[in-house]
Write a protein that binds this ligand. Structure first.
Ligand SMILES: Cc1cc2nc3c(=O)[nH]c(=O)nc-3n(C[C@H](O)[C@H](O)[C@H](O)COP(=O)(O)OP(=O)(O)OC[C@H]3O[C@@H](n4cnc5c(N)ncnc54)[C@H](O)[C@@H]3O)c2cc1C
Length: 452
């Protein structure tokens, strides 16, 4: 019998498995796809290095950096290009740089005068009770504290860029717990943020978060862990049933039409919520799971588009451009990928990564790559002064991209926590419970490995 079986070989399951193995545990990982790492996949073709899923890893704390070092990937690590510091948001059909200083905020055309005056009042606005905060949406919080302008032209596009989601549906305390903490502990976002910084300084935990990638793209991270796991990683293996037998866990998975079984003392579940619900569990686990609400995962298409640099008038001097839902373009936004990281496009060429779909446009899930390209080009032409056709185009589609931390998330999380309490040795992690960023999933893997 093994120490643990880990369901799901996304970055959370892989991290758990690697750390557990390093600490001497006997483990297996069972992954449905032929690739490890979930959506974290990079590809190099025709001189372009593009990402099929995530584009950047925001290092959340020093531990993740040391983990990368432990994996032997430090010399692969790639910092963002300083040229990509700017972020653009579309206003009246034009990309406008997001202000990065108080002076720029005064003069930016992104917000109205009334909106700007509204920000100044933020520290003086009443905070709401813990009870009311339980169900407050991101939109309601932002509008209450910062005003509608800030919601429409800062948070709405930001939420679309991070969650491919809708601020009117996401619950603040789950989707952005730090923000909720600022208001709760400091009485306002600004005072809370200052208090938080001071606390980190006092405790010696201050860390400047920064976005990174790798010279071969983010895909090298799961690839490296998968290589280290060797035959402990079962690819192309779909978990179909889990039985609790006395104090142990029996997992059944299907590979090439054949059933395999494994027995372990502990069960670590790093699967999407819809996959968790689909498994045939022992009845005592199946019943609460069936009664709990489902999380929504909107579809997202990621379009890698290459152009000759002289086909685009815009300076591409930024991270990319995001589209507020108020504006007309259909795309959610475009990353200036070759500005962001070196080595993404051939000489005199550039690479853009365009996101389409999300909660805003789930109806686009069914469109074929040619049609998606048409939409992207139609939107990009006026936005960045684009002429002609792409020299390179690849489309990666994610029918269930990112879990939405909406009103269903609280009861869902409670169900999983309840099952963990009732069944010793059962643990859940990954982005259906521990946060949706890659960094959060890596930290989730660490948390789970510490439980083994
Ligand atoms: C298009 C896109 C862009 C993104 N951009 C960013 C970004 O720039 N930065 C960022 O930080 N995050 C980004 N994210 C989010 C981030 O990539 C994910 O939240 C993170 O990788 C999730 O890792 P995980 O291990 O928690 O889950 P997953 O990667 O979803 O892992 C779950 C695994 O379970 C497997 N599985 C499912 N069912 C079964 C079954 N029955 N049996 C066995 N295995 C099964 C799946 O194949 C999958 O590999 C993006 C996501 C997408 C889709």
């Amino acid at each position: 019998m093994q120490d643990a079986i880990i369901l799901g070989g996304g970055i959370s399951g892989l991290t758990t498995a690697y750390l557990a193995q390093q600490r001497g545990s006997d483990i297996s990982v069972v992954e449905k796809s032929t690739h490890a790492g979930g959506p974290i996949r990079s590809s190099s073709e025709d001189g372009y290095l593009y990402e099929k899923g995530p584009n950047s890893l925001l290092l959340p704390d020093p531990w993740v950096e040391s983990f990368i070092e432990e994996l032997g990937l430090s010399d692969q690590l790639q910092e963002t290009n300083p040229i990509a510091d700017k972020r653009y948001i579309v206003k009246r059909g034009r990309p406008v740089a997001v202000p990065s200083s108080p002076l720029q905020t005064i003069f930016t055309p992104l917000f109205s005068l009334r909106g700007k005056l509204g920000f100044l009042l933020e520290p003086f606005r009443e905070k709401i009770s813990e009870r009311d905060a339980r169900t407050e949406t991101v939109a309601s919080f932002v509008q209450r504290r910062m005003g509608k302008d800030f919601l429409d032209y800062a948070i709405d596009p930001f939420v679309s860029g991070v969650y491919a989601g809708d601020p009117h549906q996401l619950i603040l305390k789950h989707a952005f717990p730090l923000m909720r903490g600022f208001e709760r502990d400091g009485g306002s976002i600004i005072r809370g943020a200052i208090k938080h910084k001071k606390k980190q300084k006092r405790e010696g935990t201050a860390y400047k978060k920064r976005s990174i990638s790798f010279k071969e793209g983010l895909g090298i991270l799961p690839k490296t862990i998968a290589r280290k796991l060797g035959n402990r990683l079962w690819l192309n293996s779909e978990v179909v049933a889990v039985d609790r037998i006395d104090d142990t866990w029996q997992v059944t998975w299907k590979r090439d039409g054949e059933n395999f079984k494994g027995l372990a003392k502990k069960l670590i579940v790093c699967l999407p919520s819809h996959a968790i619900k689909r498994i045939a569990w022992s009845k005592a686990i199946a019943d609460p799971l069936e009664a709990s609400p489902k999380l929504t995962y909107p579809p997202v298409h990621s379009l890698a588009l290459g152009f000759r640099r002289d086909q685009i008038q815009h300076s591409l001097d930024g991270f990319g451009v995001l589209v507020p839902s108020q504006e007309t373009p259909t795309i959610l936004g475009a990353l200036f990928s070759s500005s962001l990281y070196e080595g993404r496009a051939p000489e005199e060429h550039c690479l853009l990564t365009v996101m389409v779909g999300g909660v805003r446009h789930p109806e686009l899930a069914a469109l074929v790559p040619d049609k998606l390209l048409e939409i992207a080009l139609h939107d990009l032409r006026p936005l960045i002064g684009l002429e002609g056709e792409p020299t390179f185009y690849r489309c990666s589609s994610w029918p269930h991209a990112i879990p939405q931390y909406t009103k269903e998330f609280g009861p869902w999380k409670e169900t999983l926590r309840g099952l963990e309490e009732e069944f010793p040795g059962l643990h859940f992690g990954g982005n259906c419970i521990d946060g949706i960023a890659m960094g959060a999933s890596i930290l989730s893997g660490k948390r789970l490995a510490d439980l083994l």
